[in-house]
Design a protein around this ligand. Structure first.
Ligand SMILES: *Cc1c(COP(=O)(O)O)cnc(C)c1O
Length: 512
């Protein structure tokens, strides 16, 4: 077995962890992010051979090539758990050619109907396995408690991923005033013995600050260790365990594209990704580096367009930026954490340290000409306004009968604008029904800032999906969403914002 070691993007962590160690640790000592010391070189033949395998086996094959420190048979077993009947399509990540040359990669067939499932059904099984290994080796006695502050979607995907996983517990905090009816019901109906969910009085910032404060409270950490044998973890999107599954689906997608005749074997396809934290598109970049014939990586932003500006100019600047609300909230971001990994791959740890220091001190950094040139060999970007993105949903539906969510619409529009001769894989990150209110506005010809029509007032989120279906008759609502109004609500708790609110909630739950 060929085992890959990890280094960090700032060159400050000398521990050289294996894959499972890096997953359990999450972030490197010194604040850097883990990246593999070596990447595999995957031959075209190997890529094409994936088409004869079910998705779980494709993922296991690719993970082995990335030098995961577990026996192949065990990885395969874990991938059967991660990518099985918890998805509503046996292909897991199917591709649909919506117009000639534009192929939509649907990453939302998982249990929460959004792309986070692709990583969060997978990462927790490795996390749990990694803890078990460390305990066996006598390096660890505690289990882990995952604390998550969510603005909506990540919380549910994390709950589904960690539910009933060994050696882990998870508590999710959401802003009581800040999530949609469907998002709240998805979370408070979560099954599983090791999960809990609380609303926090306030907005997402209040919620996130309270959870951060609990993480940094040494007395609280000591208490969890002594009384409950637990250590805290965040399992957030910079964990390499969330990146690796996102590389796998691009390798797999290329094999499917060749089989369907969408691309000639060995010829490049471009990839267009609706981007927030830069994790999804970074998966495509790593897939390209390992040998997948990918041409350009098209980075699609919404009105929070700091990445589009960065790719155009080489300057990342949030010093004078304000946060805008958009119909694609999972892309609303100022600091794209995973960009650090790309910068490391293009230039190395020394410059990354300098630029990250500049970002935290001045809110900006500028890359050198050489790095900018290297980045431009792979990436181009553009952004789409709120009203444009709703317009895209209704236009594409009218022209093709394909109904997409607002995140996918941003990518679709950018792909149309920037596409060249290569076929394009447009990455679809959410089922339309996750964002039913804005899809309803789009199909009704309303603008983003318009209120919903009076006859929809008082409807639940699920009932509103029925209104969408009146406008788009063939549109199907995933079963898990359709049943939400009738599902048992297990978690009614709402706590005050602040460190004490969060800590008391955790204590009360653990003492039950
Ligand atoms: C998280 C998310 C994104 C952004 O993905 P990144 O990896 O953060 O760039 C886009 N769309 C949806 C629906 C998401 O949940």
């Amino acid at each position: 077995m060929n085992i890959t070691r990890y280094r960090d993007t700032r060159g400050l962590d000398t521990t050289r962890p294996t894959f499972t160690d890096a997953v359990v640790k999450g972030i490197a000592h010194g604040g850097g992010l883990y990246v593999p010391e070596d990447l595999p070189a995957i031959e075209l033949e190997e890529i094409l051979a994936l088409v004869d395998m079910p998705y779980w086996q494709r993922a296991a094959t690719i993970f082995e090539r990335f030098g995961v420190d577990l026996p192949g048979a065990r990885v395969a077993e874990l991938m059967r758990v991660a990518y099985g009947d918890n998805f509503d399509d046996t292909r897991i990540a199917p591709i649909e050619e919506v117009v000639a040359g534009m192929h939509v990669l649907e990453l939302w067939h998982g249990s929460t109907s959004a792309f986070k499932d692709m990583a969060l059904q997978c990462m927790p099984v490795f996390f749990s396995e990694g803890i078990a290994l460390k305990q066996e080796r006598g390096e660890l006695t505690d289990d882990y408690l995952v604390l998550v502050a969510t603005s909506g979607d990540t919380g549910k995907a994390a709950l589904e991923g960690f539910a009933d996983r060994n050696h882990t517990r998870i508590v999710v905090f959401y802003p009581a005033d800040g999530v949609s009816d469907i998002q709240r019901k998805q979370m408070v109906t979560q099954r599983g013995k090791n999960v809990s969910v609380f609303g926090v009085r306030g907005n997402f910032d209040d919620c996130q600050n309270a959870v951060k404060a609990a993480f940094n409270d040494e007395a609280f950490n000591a208490e969890l260790h002594e009384k409950h044998g637990l250590m805290l973890s965040s399992a957030n999107s910079i964990n390499w365990g969330r990146l690796l599954p996102q590389i796998a689906y691009y390798v797999s997608a290329y094999a499917d594209m060749v089989t369907s005749g969408g691309v000639i074997a060995g010829e490049p396809m471009d990839v267009c990704v609706p981007t927030g934290n830069f994790g999804n598109i970074l998966g495509a970049y790593y897939a390209k580096k390992t040998g997948v014939p990918i041409g350009k990586l098209l980075c699609a932003s919404n009105e929070n367009n700091v990445l589009a500006d960065f790719i155009a100019t080489g300057t990342y600047d949030i010093s004078a930026r304000t946060f805008v609300t958009t119909p694609s909230p999972s892309m609303d971001i100022l600091i794209s954490s995973n960009l650090e990994r790309l910068l490391f791959e293009l230039t190395g740890a020394e410059k990354v340290r300098e630029w990250m220091a500049s970002l935290s001190a001045e809110g900006r950094f500028q890359v050198d000409r050489e790095t900018f040139g290297l980045m431009r060999e792979h990436f181009i970007g553009d952004w789409v306004s709120n009203d444009e993105s709703l317009g895209v949903i209704s236009r594409v539906y009218d022209e093709t009968g394909y109904l997409m969510d607002p995140h996918t619409a941003v990518a679709w529009e950018v792909a149309e604008r920037l596409r060249d001769v290569n076929p394009v894989l447009v990455v679809s990150t959410a089922h339309w029904a996750k964002f039913g209110a804005d899809v309803y506005k789009a199909l009704s010809g309303l603008l983003y800032g318009d209120p919903l029509p009076a006859d929809t007032a008082g409807l639940t989120g699920v009932e509103l999906l029925g209104k969408v279906q009146e406008l788009a008759e063939d549109a199907v609502v995933p079963e898990a969403l359709a049943g939400l109004d009738d599902a048992e609500q297990r978690f009614a708790g709402v706590v005050d914002a602040g460190c004490d609110g969060v800590e008391d909630a955790v204590r009360a739950w653990l003492d039950q």
